[in-house]
Design a binder for this molecule. Structure first.
Ligand code: TPP
Length: 536
C-alpha cells in the first residue's frame, strides 16, 4: 500500500523497517526535517558532543550487536566531522549507515553556506555512498545502504540528502527485497580450493592459523576452535582478531606483528603453513617477519580484493569464514601433537618489583571480572598493553581501532557498546592523550547516565610516540609531553562521574573492586611512569 509522506518521514520509516532502535548525532539546519520526523518515532536519539563521537558510538554499537550502527549529521562541518569515524569504520569493516543533510539541491556546487562535497570526500573510504537528488529514490537508496553495509565484507555507507529533497512529498512504499545488480557477495568458498586447503593442513608439519577480525564478524569462532583443537594448530592473532578464540586457550600464542607477542611471532617464523582467516596482514600485523617461499599460505576472506594484496597466496579461498572453516573441518582428521608446545612454554613471566605496572592493572581487571566484560580501547601503548594482558574470553568483546589507529575511539565506542549491550560491563581502556581527544563525551555519559567504566593510564605523555623518540631520535623529545593535563578527578566530578586515582600496588585490588562494584559511570585514573615500555 502506498501512503503520501515527506522524504524525511520516509527516511524514518525505512530506519524503523530496518530495526533501527538508536541513532547517534547532532542536528543542524540542513538536517532539521529529518530530526522533525524523528520526533514522533520510537527511535532513540543520542545527542553527542561532536560528530566524530557519533560514528564511533555507532561503531561500538554495531560491533557489539552485529546490527548496523546509524549516525547523523548536518551538512558541511557536521559532515566533515564524521570523516575520521567513517574511515575508522571502513578500515575495520564495521557496518555503519551515516546520514548527512546537504544544502538545497539547486545550490550544490556553488560554495554556499555549510556546503561540502561529502560524497566526493568520503568516496575512498566508504563501501558505497549516495547523494540523493531524486526524492522518489530515497527509500530504495536507504534500503540499499543497509544491505550493502551489512553484507559481504561489512563497512560504512553514507547517504547525503539535500534539505529540499527531505521536504518533498512522495508516495511511500517499502520495497520488500533488495536486488543490486553486480553486487553479490560470495559466501561459499570454492569446493576444490577447500579440498586443497584441507590436504595442505593435513600435510603440514608446522601449521599456524592467523585469525583476523573477519573470524569475529562472520561468527566463525566455534568452527575455528574445532579446527584448532582437531589439528592442534597454534593460533596467532591480528589486533582485530583478538577474542576470536579465548586468549586463555592452550593453543593461543598471542598477537603478531611489530607490537605483537614474542611467542606469536616465533611461531609465525617457524611455520611451514600459514592459514590466514579474515585478515589482510597489513604492515603492522607482519612486523619484520618475512614470508618465505617455503611457507605455504592459505588465505580465506569474504573480500576477494584482500587475497594476495599483502602476501602471495598459494590457496586463495573467497568465502565466509564460518562456512569455509566448517567445510574444512569435515575434511581434516585428528593430529597427535601440538608442535608449538616448546614456544608456548617459553612465555615470559612478567616481573613483580613491587611497583604498579599497567599489566598489573589489566591482569587484576581480568581476574576480578573473569573476562565478563566488553573492552574498548584507544590508541597508544595502553592499547597494546590491553591486547597483550587482558583476558579476552568471548569473540566480539575486544573493540579497538585496529586499521586506522584512531585516538579518541575508546570512550565513544564504549558508550555505543553499552547502549548495544546494556546488560554487559563495558570498560574503556584509554591514555591521557587519546582520552583528551574526545573527552567531551563525558557529557553524553552524564546526560544519558551511561554506566561505562573508564581506565585512564596517565603517563603525562603521548606515550607511544615518546617511546619511539626515545629509541629512534636519541631522546630528542618533541611534542610528546602532556604537561598541563587537567586534574582528571576534578574533571570527572564536573560531569558528576565517580572517580578514583590509583598510584600504588597496595591499592590495586581495592581500586578495581571499587570500579566493579560502582553502579554508575566510573573513571579510574592509573598514574603510570612515562618510561613504561610497550612490550616489557
Ligand atoms: C587521531 C590520531 N592522532 C595521532 C595519532 C598518532 N599517535 C599514535 S599513539 C599516540 C600517543 C597516544 O598517547 P596516549 O593516548 O596518551 O596513550 P599512551 O601511548 O601514552 O598509552 C599518537 C599521538 C593517532 N594514532 N591518532
Amino acid at each position: 500500500m502506498k501512503v503520501k509522506m515527506t522524504v524525511a518521514r520516509a527516511m524514518v520509516e525505512v530506519l524503523k523497517s530496518e530495526g533501527v532502535e538508536i541513532i547517534f548525532g547532532i542536528p543542524g539546519a540542513a538536517i532539521y526535517p529529518f530530526y522533525d520526523a524523528l520526533y514522533s518515532s520510537d527511535i532513540k536519539h543520542v545527542l553527542v558532543r561532536t560528530e566524530q563521537a557519533a560514528v564511533h558510538e555507532a561503531s561500538g554499537y554495531a560491533r557489539t550487536t552485529g546490527k548496523v550502527g546509524v549516525c547523523v549529521a548536518t551538512s558541511g562541518p557536521g559532515a566533515t566531522n564524521l570523516i575520521t569515524g567513517i574511515a575508522t569504520a571502513y578500515m575495520d569493516s564495521v557496518p555503519i549507515v551515516a546520514i548527512t543533510g546537504q544544502v538545497n539541491s539547486s545550490l550544490i556546487g556553488k560554495d554556499v553556506f555549510q556546503e561540502v562535497d561529502i560524497t566526493g570526500a568520503t568516496a575512498p573510504f566508504t563501501k558505497h555512498n549516495y547523494l540523493v537528488k531524486d526524492p522518489k529514490k530515497i527509500v530504495r537508496v536507504l534500503k540499499e545502504a543497509f544491505y550493502i553495509a551489512s553484507t559481504g565484507r561489512r563497512g560504512p555507507v553514507l547517504v547525503d540528502v539535500p534539505i529540499d529533497v527531505q521536504m518533498q512529498e512522495i508516495e511511500f512504499e517499502i520495497p520488500r527485497e533488495i536486488e543490486i545488480p553486480g553486487y553479490k557477495p560470495r559466501e561459499k568458498g570454492h569446493p576444490l580450493q577447500i579440498k586443497r586447503a584441507a590436504e595442505a593442513i593435513e600435510a603440514a608439519k608446522k601449521p599456524v592459523i592467523c585469525s583476523g577480525g573477519g573470524v569475529i564478524a562472520s561468527k566463525a569462532s566455534e568452527e575455528l576452535r574445532i579446527l584448532v583443537e582437531r589439528q592442534k594448530i597454534p593460533v596467532i592473532s591480528t589486533l582485530m582478531g583478538i577474542g576470536a578464540i579465548s586468549t586463555n586457550h592452550p593453543y593461543y600464542l598471542g598477537m603478531i606483528g611489530s607490537h605483537g607477542q614474542r611467542e606469536a611471532n616465533l611461531a609465525l617464523r617457524q611455520a611451514d603453513l600459514l592459514i590466514v582467516v579474515g585478515a589482510r596482514l597489513a604492515d603492522r600485523a607482519l612486523g619484520d617477519t618475512k614470508i618465505t617461499d617455503n611457507m605455504k599460505i592459505i588465505h580465506i576472506d569474504i573480500d576477494p580484493a584482500e587475497i594476495g594484496k599483502n602476501v602471495d597466496t598459494n590457496i586463495p579461498i573467497v568465502g565466509d569464514a564460518k562456512y569455509v572453516l566448517s567445510e574444512i573441518n569435515k575434511r581434516v582428521s585428528e593430529r597427535e601433537e601440538f608442535w608449538a608446545a616448546e614456544i608456548k612454554a617459553q612465555k615470559k613471566i612478567l616481573p613483580d618489583d613491587g611497583k604498579l605496572h599497567p599489566y598489573d592493572v589489566l591482569r587484576e581487571i581480568s581476574v576480578q571480572y573473569d573476562g565478563e566484560y566488553i573492552i574498548t580501547t584507544d590508541v597508544g601503548q595502553h592499547q597494546i598493553w590491553a591486547a597483550h594482558h587482558l583476558y579476552i574470553k568471548r569473540p566480539g568483546t575486544f573493540i579497538t581501532s585496529g586499521g586506522l589507529g584512531t585516538m579518541g575511539y575508546g570512550v565513544p565506542a564504549a558508550i555505543g557498546a553499552k547502549f548495544g549491550k546494556p546488560e554487559e560491563e563495558v570498560i574503556a581502556i584509554t591514555g591521557d592523550g587519546s582520552f583528551q581527544m574526545l573527552m567531551q563525551e563525558l557529557a553524553t555519559i552524564k546526560r544519558e547516565q551511561v554506566p561505562v567504566k573508564i581506565v585512564l593510564f596517565n603517563n603525562t605523555r603521548l606515550g607511544m610516540v615518546y617511546e619511539l623518540q626515545k629509541k629512534r631520535c636519541t631522546g630528542r623529545f618533541i611534542a610528546t609531553c602532556l604537561d598541563g593535563n587537567p586534574d582528571f578527578m576534578i574533571l570527572a566530578k564536573a560531569y558528576e562521574i565517580e572517580g578514583m586515582r590509583l598510584e600504588s600496588k597496595e591499592k590495586l585490588k581495592e581500586a578495581i573492586s571499587a570500579m566493579k562494584n560502582h553502579k554508575g559511570p566510573f573513571l579510574l585514573e592509573v598514574v603510570t611512569s612515562p618510561d613504561e615500555p610497550t612490550i616489557p
